[in-house]
Design a protein around this ligand. Structure first.
Ligand SMILES: Nc1ncnc2c1ncn2[C@@H]1O[C@H](COP(=O)(O)OP(=O)(O)OP(=O)(O)O)[C@@H](O)[C@H]1O
Length: 321
């Protein structure tokens, strides 16, 4: 397949722009969508360049699925515009060039792996020899070949997702959009799925992936942190962490309830969340001395830790609300 990996080597050039492509592969411009009293998208904007691996990261209900459905032309917008390769998502040409893996991918559970692939090949009206070649390649890269005769309902969660991915790739899309592909998937399959996405991008495909897992942000080339249908932060993962202006700490010792009360009254603590037995907090830069003084009488102390995306996210959410 054009965008699927064959041999290791330098990244392929993204496919040359065609009519209607515009500059970016995907564009969300001021997207607004309301469901009754709920504003799922509140002016969300982001652009995904051709050949990028771009992550939409945010908690449940942030608006990721709604944004993806808008880009795929599956819902009407109350404001803003979505573009795929410069085209309106309702344009018939988008169907040929976009691969979509929704959160609930509807495979036929009583059909086997091979039968599901054949079914989707028929939807895409693929000639038999083209289908055979692509299916063979997809079964190989997803490592599903040994399970070709297994029914979809007998696959593990990770294998099911990989079959869904293979079906979404049968028509060789230029742009692949995946909604929370790693949700409910075991850690090994999760790593495998991310490795596949990196391989696709290496082959020149554009990939947009949403995830509720903050720790997956660093696997993307660029990432958008989304909250309440708005963009909180966008950039390269390393640069975002390096530019983080606050500091992250773990609180050691002290009675948890009394510590919680003390921290709730400390204005410089932007966020607090449990980290196993301990409490993890984000503190405004330069204010840790004051926070440590508040905690000392309670027998609690601060230990500096490296900030991660959850710290970044919580800090921004704290600021925004
Ligand atoms: N069809 C709908 N009817 C009513 N409310 C909806 C509908 N679709 C989404 N919402 C609401 O819009 C908000 C954003 O939902 P969305 O599914 O886009 O979030 P998400 O980031 O994808 O999270 P999740 O992982 O939970 O799907 C939520 O408050 C959700 O309840």
């Amino acid at each position: 397949m054009e965008h699927l990996p064959r041999e290791p080597g330098p990244p392929a050039q993204p496919p040359a722009a065609r009519d209607g492509d515009g500059g970016s592969a995907l564009a969300a411009r001021g997207l607004v969508r309301r469901f009754g009293a709920v504003t799922a998208l509140d002016g969300l904007s982001f652009e995904v360049g051709r050949g990028e691996l771009y992550g939409l990261v945010g908690p449940d209900g942030a608006g990721k699925t709604t944004a993806i459905r808008a880009l795929a032309g599956l819902i009407r917008l109350d404001g803003g515009e979505a573009r795929v390769l410069g085209l309106d998502p309702s344009d018939g040409r988008v169907r040929e060039r976009l691969g979509l893996m929704p959160q609930q991918y509807s495979l036929y559970r009583d059909l086997t792996v091979g039968e599901n692939l054949r079914f989707f090949a028929r939807i895409y009206v693929l000639p038999r020899d083209v289908y055979r070649r692509r299916a063979e390649r997809l079964l190989e890269i997803t490592r599903l070949a040994p399970f070709i005769d297994r029914r979809a309902d007998a696959l593990s969660g990770g294998m099911y997702k990989k079959l869904a991915l293979a079906c979404a790739l049968l028509h060789e899309p230029d742009v692949l959009v995946l909604d929370e592909p790693t949700n409910g998937v075991d850690p090994v399959s999760r790593r495998e799925l991310w490795a596949l996405l990196h391989d696709f991008v290496h082959g020149g495909m554009t990939v947009l992936v949403s995830t509720p897992y903050m720790d997956e942000a660093e696997r993307c080339g660029r990432v958008a942190l989304v909250h309440h249908g708005r963009l909180l932060l966008e950039g390269e993962p390393g640069a975002l962490i390096a530019g983080f202006e606050d500091e992250a700490y773990e609180v050691r010792g002290g009675d948890r309830e009394r510590v919680d009360v003390a921290l709730a009254g400390a204005g410089d603590v932007r966020a607090a969340s449990p980290a196993g037995e301990r409490l993890r907090i984000v503190v405004r830069r330069g204010a840790s001395g004051e926070v440590a003084r508040v905690l000392a009488p309670l027998g609690a102390a601060l230990e500096r830790v490296a900030p991660d995306f959850e710290d970044l996210f919580l800090s921004r959410v704290g600021e925004a609300s």
